[in-house]
Design a binder for this molecule. Structure first.
Ligand SMILES: Nc1ncnc2c1ncn2[C@@H]1O[C@H](COP(=O)(O)OP(=O)(O)OP(=O)(O)O)[C@@H](O)[C@H]1O
Length: 670
């Protein structure tokens, strides 16, 4: 499953073998393996966990590692825990000499062996032999399985007396996850303090284009002409001066224009779009539709990941503290009913991921009659193939106001040319603002690329992390890998080498993802191994270093990943392992990104780039009209426009043909 897919809760047995032993001890969440009560409650009492697990269960591939828990402790989404079965005991009875499928201690195998012998096997419904469940004399005789959900009319044995108002007994179910909210008084601590390079923002060139008169930038928050309460909260958040994107975007948005804005990672884009929206809602005293069944927000903010949606939600809450403005968040993996209940109490601004929002919309709980603002955060990601159809459903909803009646806001640090064209089709007479260069890396991040063979990565990683922790124990390090399984592997490998690491990826349950993130934030686990799910938007204080254990397949992803460090003027460091067997196609783009950010480019990388037959991938710096070359199904930015000199706003105002880059269709974390 793609990390970006918003599935609803999968209620399968889950005890996470991939929480590190340290993590499992450090946290007492109700799902933790060592919690006897929850094992019984959720039907885990039959799980046998080898006591040796704390020592060697994370030693993938090591022959002495125990594996007796692997089968029963899967993560609920079909991924098998580890490899390397150290002993050959049966998963079920833990005795040696047979495989689990042949286990004589299971009723089925004891009485009738194999899957073919249903005629001899147990009826699933009554548990007796000699018939299939569909022929069960105690069933409904129609072969129907009990229906999931409410109001099932099935006469199977699971229904209640009232003819099916009770949910069928379909085995152990986990309770819905209801995340704990951060208290208002703690919100000031959310976010990162500006660093020593903050002043350097002043030197970054800004380009603005669009039809008609465009509002001038302002130089301070007080010049923004927004409600006093917002200014008070900005001061409480210790934001002294606006960043360039805030200076330019806020007046344009207050003026009522659509915007496509591109500024480097960690430069305060979230506040840039939140301030004018929150000001509008306060100024117009908009209705929150409190206690109505259908939620009707004034502003809708769409984000590509759940964690980013949560982060934006808290940033908004931080800014409106003490006002009547109601912010809500909706995303998959957490209780849908709980989120809806909170939204129905009243909702001015709704942040969410598309899957959950479309679900509410289709069930009639969400409509857009009051919408004045729609924001696509990480807009280029939101408009790629993975999300486009859901986005179109939202825009195509019967209650959605037409162009001109709502403002459309798109923000990102990267904006490939093809996606710019697509984005334009959702906008009306928009203004394009570029701070620095489109898709450029944050110059506060020192980048280092090391040529490393695949087999050497692990040791190098451990060595590097240990060296860094020797000089600064608390340094937070974010390690990126391409695949979910690799995240688990690397996470376990680090734990096994006494590095306090945890993981975040799309195969983990939402409570696990949020737990991993919060324990990384608070420093309990200073190393987080992550897939693309953590590449964009996440704003975590104290991330000293980002390591690309695996380089991503496209350069924009690289820019976002390394942007998790060196934020708001703080210095950061990014180390990337370049595997010549797999990463050569990225070398040209890397050379460009490094040189544009005044970084040292190793000679071997330059040579690799020259050898590489591929032209640079969609690298278009600071340009709006990019001559594209269609090659190998991909769009490539024109070299002639690099550096943003050939500014051309001829696309402004009119929809351009939709050109979706082929590489957008990639499968994430397959
Ligand atoms: N004017 C400001 N002064 C100081 N800090 C600020 C200011 N504006 C925002 N911040 C802080 O800067 C950090 C980064 O902001 P934000 O997450 O909005 O960056 P971004 O540009 O959206 O980054 P990304 O492209 O990675 O999503 C946050 O911790 C935020 O609280």
């Amino acid at each position: 499953m793609s990390d970006w897919e918003e599935d609803d809760d999968t209620l399968a047995c889950t005890v996470d073998p991939f929480r590190s032993p340290i993590e499992m001890k450090a946290n007492s969440d109700p799902f933790a393996l060592e919690n006897e009560e929850s094992k019984l409650k959720f039907g885990f009492s039959n799980l046998k966990v080898d006591d040796k697990r704390d020592n060697d269960v994370f030693a993938f591939g090591q022959s002495e590692s125990t594996s007796s828990w692997e089968c029963s402790l899967g993560r609920g989404r079909g991924s098998r825990a580890g490899r390397g079965r150290g002993n050959s005991s049966c998963y079920k009875c833990h005795e040696e000499g047979h495989l689990s499928r042949d286990c004589p201690k299971t009723e089925r195998n004891a009485e009738s062996y194999g899957f073919g012998g249903f005629d001899k096997g147990n009826g699933f419904k009554c548990g007796e032999n000699g018939h299939l469940s569909r022929d069960c004399p105690q069933g409904d005789g129609k072969g129907a399985r009990p229906k999931m959900g409410f109001n099932s009319k099935s006469e199977s044995s699971n229904k209640g007396k009232d003819g099916g108002m009770e949910e069928p007994d379909v085995g152990p179910r986990l309770p819905h996850y209801i995340p704990e909210e951060i208290a208002d008084e703690d919100l000031v601590d959310v976010g990162i303090e500006a660093g020593i390079n903050f002043e350097n923002y002043e030197t970054i060139p800004v380009k603005v284009s669009g039809k008609g008169p465009i509002a001038d930038p302002v130089s301070s928050f007080s010049d923004m002409n927004v409600r006093e309460i917002l200014i008070v909260n900005i001061q409480k958040a210790r934001y002294k001066n606006p960043t360039p994107i805030q200076k330019y975007a806020v007046p344009i948005l207050v003026d009522g224009r659509d915007i496509m804005a591109c500024a480097q990672t960690g430069s305060g884009k979230t506040v840039a779009y939140l301030l004018p929206i929150l000001d509008y809602i306060l100024r117009k005293n908009c209705d929150s539709h409190a206690y109505e069944t259908t939620v009707q927000p004034v502003a809708l903010i769409l984000a590509p990941t759940r964690e980013l949606a949560v982060q934006i939600f808290y940033e908004a809450k931080k800014l409106v503290r003490g006002s009547i403005l109601l912010c809500r968040v909706a995303y998959g993996g957490a209780s849908s009913a709980d989120q809806l209940k909170k939204m129905q109490v009243g909702c001015h601004l709704l942040v969410g991921t598309v899957g959950r929002l479309v679900d509410y919309m289709q069930r009639g709980f969400l409509c857009f009659s009051d919408i004045k603002f729609i924001v696509l955060d990480e807009a280029d990601r939101m408009l790629d193939m993975g999300f486009l159809s859901e986005i179109k459903k939202i825009f195509g909803h019967s209650t959605m106001p037409p162009h001109g009646k709502r403002q459309m806001l798109m923000f990102s640090a990267t904006f490939p040319a093809g996606v710019q064209n697509l984005a334009a089709t959702f906008m009306d007479n928009y203004v394009f603002v570029v701070v620095g260069t489109v898709g450029g890396a944050n110059v506060d991040v020192t980048q280092q690329i090391l040529e490393v063979q695949a087999a050497d990565k692990k040791n190098l990683l451990v060595q590097f992390i240990k060296d860094m922790h020797n000089s600064d124990e608390e340094a937070k390090i974010l390690v990126f890998v391409e695949k979910k399984k690799m995240a688990d592997f690397v996470g376990c490998y680090l734990c096994n080498h006494n590095v306090k690491a945890t993981t975040i990826h799309g195969d983990r349950y939402q409570y696990q993802r949020e737990l991993a993130l919060s324990t990384f934030r608070d420093g309990t686990f200073p190393v987080l191994v992550a897939t693309a799910v953590a590449a964009r938007g996440l704003d975590i204080r104290g991330v000293r270093c980002v390591i690309n254990y695996d380089l991503p397949r496209d350069i924009d992803e690289y820019v976002h990943r390394i942007g998790r460090t060196g934020r708001v003027g703080n210095a950061g460091f990014a180390l990337s392992f370049f595997n010549p067997v797999e990463d050569t196609a990225l070398s040209k783009d890397l050379v460009k990104i490094l040189s544009n950010a005044d970084q040292e480019v190793p000679d071997w990388l330059k040579e690799s780039a020259e050898r590489s037959s591929l032209p640079p991938d969609n690298f278009n710096t600071g340009v709006f009209d990019v001559r594209r070359e269609r090659k190998n199904g991909r769009d490539y930015g024109s070299e002639a426009n690099a550096g943003g000199r050939n500014w051309n706003s001829s696309y402004l105002g009119g929809p351009s043909p939709v050109v979706a880059a082929a590489d957008d269709n990639e499968e994430w974390e397959s």
